[in-house]
Design a binder for this molecule. Sequence first.
Ligand code: HEC
Length: 151
Amino acid sequence: MKMKNVLLSLFMLTSVTVADTARNAETLFDKKCGICHIKTRPVDVSSLVAPPVMGIMRHIKMEYPEKKSAVSFMVDYVLHPSKAKAVCMPQKIRRFGLMPSQKGNVTKSELEIIAAWMYDNFPPTGFNGRQGKGAKSGNQSCSGGCKNCNN
Ligand code: HEC
């Protein structure tokens, strides 16, 4: 009986921790990355300073479908960005510039939490670049802004 209680409280503790981690991850993202990367679909693409998260994650998952490799790619990229590694298309890097290294702004362990949260939550179901609403073929203002994006 006592054991059962212990297990129950352990279980409750774990679920609280999981929910907290998700909330902390989003707060961390907002603080460390949200200044440049928006979490919503852009209304005005011309006001963007960096690709939105849904576009980034769409393209990262094309190159790195596994969570583990996607997360380690992001952790590395954010600390050591380079043109050669980028999943973003050259014209996006020309437009936004290469992402400045976030070394000093974010730690590796914070990044692991942020990257896992990005992987788990983006792109939202049904997101498919700018195909559909408002998309024109040959449109250079693809909101995703990354490789393999033909909009
Ligand atoms: C000062 C603005 C700025 C901040 C802050 C910033 N980024 Fe970026 N990020 C960019 C720009 C610009 C690009 C597009 C160019 C590129 O890919 O290097 C980008 C691209 C990316 C990419 C795609 C890389 C690729 O393969 O092309 C990832 C992943 C990313 N950012 C994650 C993050 C995370 C996680 C944080 C927070 C820890 C963050 N960024 C903070 C500006 C920023």
